[in-house]
Ligand binder design. Sequence first.
Ligand code: NAD
Ligand code: MG
Length: 399
Amino acid sequence: MSGVSRRVVVLGSTGSIGVNTLDVIERHPSQFSVFALTASTNVEKMAAQCVHHKPEFAVMASEPHGRALQDVCAKEGLSTTVLWGAEALDTVASHPDADTVMAAIVGAAGLSPCIAAARSGKRLLLANKEALVVGGALFMDAVQAGGATLLPIDSEHSAIFQSLPDDTAQWPAQIDKIILTASGGPFRSRDPQTFHSITPEQACAHPNWVMGQKISVDSATMMNKALEVIEARFLFGVRPEQIEVVIHPQSVIHSMVQYVDNSVVAQLGTPDMRGPIAYGLSWPQRVTSGASAIDFSTLSSLTFEALHSNGHAQRFPGLALAWQAMAAPDGTTAVLNAANEVAVAAFLNRQIRFDQIYQVNADTMSDFIPAKPHSLPDLIALDAQARRCAQSVIARLLR
Ligand code: NAD
Ligand code: MG
């Protein structure tokens, strides 16, 4: 990296991706430093991160949490400036003294700071897939207009990016299809007739990855893969029919690109998000990540299952919603995302059953046909309307 130190804003620093990002940054103090940290409500964890990383800025979601953090920072003698509220996320994400933004907030709440970072030309490391699913073409336009560098952190998309040629102009003529691998989550072989009785605790226990609650539930329904299909469509500019999903329970192959000559290039690694995070931070170089190496002597087999086999279509009906949303009017991917955020929260609160998540998503998509969004305020309004629609679908289901 020619001796330049990157000043990194970590949006969502107290979450799973945030903590892994700080771990990688800390391994390379001469190359990366923490410029700003942001979190929703966990003052204690944020305070510990501030003491350790001494950022210039720390942002909390609300004033009471911000004031509580301010008190700790004052007591610790830190010079960190504490801000709060959604606008403060945009402020740090577009700050002229920062050059890299890790987008690791969960959900559409991360859209506005992503757009702020994109418009101000940052290196934008995207873990927050919901932001791209909501923002779609407008998100990609902001990246281009701002001259930002958008690098995927989602392990599948990092794998695809690592499997593609550097020259993006070659992509359209060379890519035949993108093959996203999916572990199948905790219920890959569970009897679909029993899905109604799945509890939040069971849904959050992923066999291969340790992650936040929302993405864990999404992995169990495979809505995570649906969001990733949409994410791939926008990131790599491919047509929806060029994206395929294959179940690969070992999560060793993180995804693949099939070229027009039917040659397939894949990226492999242990399931540790520090791999893709380190690649995003250091690209086009590579740095150590803390992820362990694959031990091929103990890796007995790599297996694959088609989505149309073994009852998977019945287990994971939500996956098909990705292609339905991409074929529907612009803005429908934002509707699907909003419905899913509402449905997952209702499931985690034990308001609806696991199998009803799909019902909420499908019904919201058919009840609500969006007007084409033209701006960030349009997207924010659309997200809010779709959430209200999803809430009324839930009320109907519970009647
Ligand atoms: P998490 O729940 O562990 O962390 C979320 C972070 O966002 C926390 O710091 C939280 O304080 C913050 N946050 C939540 N709501 C907020 C709001 N309304 N305003 C401001 N901040 C808010 O989630 P995670 O597992 O780290 O996932 C983060 C993102 O990365 C998600 O979009 C997820 O899909 C994506 N991702 C995660 C993984 C993984 O392994 N965890 C892998 C790939 C992609
Ligand atoms: Mg992923």
